[in-house]
Design a protein around this ligand. Structure first.
Ligand SMILES: [Zn+2]
Length: 180
């Protein structure tokens, strides 16, 4: 599932990418360009803009309710049942492109020696060529990811409660990560 995110939802877009989802965020696009891109690339529009929502009639779309990015993320994950499909740290946040695992030996000249020595696995962005490893991300980001992916539907208002679906508990976000 691919997303296009309106200009008010930059942080949501960033966090979708951190969780591995394809999310385009254009902070200066005209509405019509946004809609054209959504249509052409079959992207789900995520928006807080009622006018844009109306203009996107006929396209897959979701009105994002909260002003808080964590609640926004929770809404999107629940609306599209994505929690079990998250692959944290599997996408370049700059290019919105999936990272590729590379053999450790290929990273030898691409990362500082002390990183090479202590890190078992590396990945590269095919677009910008940046090399990633688990330590590239801030530690508190992993804590947030774990919390987000663990979060159940108990935040949801009772009136909006939908039929329950049995899902396996997911406490460890590293399962979906491309790093071993
Ligand atoms: Zn990149």
């Amino acid at each position: 599932m691919k997303f296009i995110v309106d200009c008010m939802l930059g942080k949501l877009a960033k966090w979708l990418k951190i969780l591995g989802f394809d999310a385009i965020y254009l902070n200066r696009a005209e509405d019509r360009d946004l809609l054209r891109l959504a249509r052409r690339e079959k992207r789900v529009l995520l928006t807080k803009d009622q006018e844009l929502l109306q203009a996107a009639a006929g396209l897959p779309r979701l009105f994002v309710e909260s002003d808080n990015w964590q609640e926004q993320l929770t809404q999107v994950l629940e609306a599209f049942r994505l929690r079990n499909r998250a692959k944290p740290h599997s996408r370049c946040l700059l290019c919105n492109v999936e990272l590729k695992r590379i053999p450790k030996r290929m990273a030898r000249n691409l990362v500082p020696p002390f990183v090479f020595e202590r890190t078992p696995s590396f990945a590269i962005c095919p677009s910008c060529g940046r090399v990633f490893w688990p330590g590239t991300h801030f530690e508190d980001m992993d804590l947030k990811i774990a919390r987000i992916l663990r979060k159940r539907t108990n935040r949801r208002k009772k009136t909006r409660d939908r039929r329950k679906r049995q899902e396996p508990p997911r406490g460890d976000n590293q399962n979906g990560s491309i790093f071993v």
